[in-house]
Design a binder for this molecule. Structure first.
Ligand SMILES: *[C@@H]1O[C@H](CO)[C@@H](O)[C@H](O)[C@H]1NC(C)=O
Ligand SMILES: *[C@@H]1O[C@H](CO)[C@@H](O)[C@H](O)[C@H]1NC(C)=O
Ligand SMILES: *[C@@H]1O[C@H](CO)[C@@H](O)[C@H](O)[C@H]1NC(C)=O
Ligand SMILES: *[C@@H]1O[C@H](CO)[C@@H](O)[C@H](O)[C@H]1NC(C)=O
Length: 491
């Protein structure tokens, strides 16, 4: 072997070493993160111990128990629309990849149950669905720990007169998906979730409208429904079909999918077949349905062709028009904030769709290029590895994973001294000095994945730069499934 070959071999070895990640460790941490986002009365089993009970009177002023659920990100509002999507994705992660979770599976189910217990409360009064708790303007102008919040915890509901089909149908999807996750271990709970899912879906479908119009500035611009509510209705029906096998839900999916069909590549309105996240469910519907109709050609239109087109629009080597950009370091980008949500949710879809392709013994044709299931897995692995540290900065974007990770995440609880460190109240403006400090956050929010680097692969690790430094539940939730897959397929 000559010197050049030795050097090349060494480089290859280093590259392999850098690329091999402890997916099991990352999986454990990605689930642990949800404990840091808990609202309500924490159980004795709580493992993120710097967090304490908070918001114990949510809903009491109107005589409804709305205690529990999750803070969506670095603030202390309970936004049920993205919370429900994160729950659906956690449940989908368990349904697809739960077998690879081993000792993490009970924790994943606990993370789901923390949300579904809350959604049962938020939908307990027929004809109403609670959409949010906490005045977002009051919350956002303060930098306070959830444990000593003194901002208005206003509950917001949609109703027959003031409908919100997107938030209601997404909660129905979350309940239906979760009912399947619980079926093997708690039949009674599973049945309760499914019954409620059907009821909430009926409400969403019967009283149609966007919560944009019903709740106005309380939800926009925070989690404004840009893509309309039709996608959540079809998504909810698809999950109910998967959970019940009732033909009526399948008919609903078939009859209503055409409301989404005309949305073009990259359009926001209507949610194009390339869109998947807390707002648009379109791409998720096609991938979910592909696994339901895999053996029935007459049912596969337009779902399979749209899912194929989604994959073609993501694969870097595809000659067809792209719906994503890639940074020089190889990370997927889409416009808007919290970019890693796109990397995690698209990776999840690629993995699920690769399983369908394998089962159906199919490949995808992107014009003259052909991609098989292994290629989809490879692209997803590249994204996950990037997040875990295989990137130009050698930086993990998951707090507490690897030797180098974000130190100043935009997160109130993580950045303020914990109750154990400081028992007094830190009021609305009392947190400002900590917000402005250059010190690392005192509390490690283990497993939190932040918005991520910019499109040039740089990251400033700045608390005020929430677009890049804020973690959210919907960045982590699809990653839980992807990490479980790679844990059992480490190379
Ligand atoms: C929701 O509100 C935003 C901002 O006002 C708007 O762009 C969007 O079209 C609205 N969506 C629906 C479904 O009304
Ligand atoms: C979609 O586009 C086709 C062709 O332009 C049109 O006939 C159809 O009505 C459109 N559907 C919807 C739901 O807008
Ligand atoms: C395929 O779909 C058609 C139309 O929905 C249905 O009648 C038929 O029973 C399905 N076949 C299978 C094998 O599921
Ligand atoms: C990242 O790691 C590689 C391989 O160890 C090294 O060559 C490179 O200089 C590192 N880059 C940074 C920014 O630390």
């Amino acid at each position: 072997m000559d010197t050049l070959q030795t050097v090349l071999l060494l480089i290859a070895m280093v590259a392999t070493m850098v690329d091999s990640h402890d997916y099991g460790d990352a999986l454990t941490k990605s689930i642990l993160f949800f404990e840091g986002q808990r609202s309500g009365k924490l159980p004795p089993t709580q493992r993120i111990t710097w967090r304490k009970d908070s918001a114990l009177r949510d809903g009491f002023e109107i005589g409804v128990d709305l205690v529990g659920g999750y803070y969506d990100a670095g603030d202390n509002v309970k936004f049920n629309f993205p919370m429900a999507f994160s729950t659906t994705m956690l449940a989908w992660s368990v349904l697809e990849f739960g077998k690879s979770m081993n000792s993490d599976l009970p924790h994943a189910l606990e993370a789901i149950r923390w949300a579904t217990d809350y959604f049962l409360k938020a939908t307990s009064i027929p004809g109403f669905v609670y959409a949010q708790v906490g005045d977002p303007y009051g919350d956002h102008k303060c930098w306070e720990r959830p444990e000593d919040m003194d901002t208005p915890r206003t509950p917001y509901a949609v109703s027959k007169q003031f409908p919100g089909s997107e938030v209601s149908a997404e909660i129905a999807a979350a309940l239906a998906a979760s009912s399947m996750a619980f079926r093997p271990i708690d039949l009674g709970y599973s049945a309760r979730l499914l019954k409620r899912a059907r009821m909430v879906f009926d409400f969403a479908d019967q009283y149609r409208g966007s919560y944009n119009d019903s709740l106005g500035p309380w939800v926009c611009p925070f989690y404004c429904d840009y893509s309309g509510y039709e996608d959540e209705l079809v998504w909810g029906a698809a999950w109910l079909f998967k959970a019940t096998k009732a033909q009526m839900y399948w008919n609903y999916v078939r009859e209503n999918i055409h409301n989404l069909e005309n949305a073009s590549l990259n359009s926001i309105e209507g949610g194009s077949f390339t869109e998947f996240g807390w707002d648009s469910k379109h791409a998720g519907i096609n991938v979910l349905v592909s696994n339901l109709v895999a053996l029935n050609a007459s049912d596969s239109t337009p779902f399979i062709s749209n899912a194929d087109n989604l994959v073609c629009s993501v694969l870097p080597e595809s000659p067809t028009p792209k719906s994503v950009s890639y940074s020089p370091g190889g990370l997927i980008f889409r416009p808007g904030g919290s970019n890693l949500q796109h990397a995690t949710s698209l990776s999840f879809l690629l993995l699920v769709y690769s399983r369908y392709l394998s089962k159906a013994n199919r490949v995808i044709h992107c014009d003259n290029m052909v991609a098989g299931p292994a290629r989809l897995v490879q692209v997803a692995r590249r994204q996950v590895d990037y997040i875990l540290g295989s990137n130009p900065l050698n930086m993990s974007y998951m707090a507490g994973y690897g030797p180098k990770f974000p130190q100043r995440i935009h997160h109130r609880g993580s950045s303020l001294p914990s109750i154990d460190q400081y028992r007094g109240q830190i009021d609305c403006n009392g947190g400002t000095q900590y917000f402005n400090s250059n010190n690392p956050n005192p509390n490690l929010l283990t497993g939190a994945v932040v918005g991520g680097p910019d499109i040039k692969d740089s990251y400033s690790d700045s608390r005020s730069d929430f677009v890049h430094s804020e973690p959210t539940t919907y960045i982590n939730a699809p990653l839980v499934g992807a990490l479980a897959y790679f844990k059992s397929h480490p190379s």
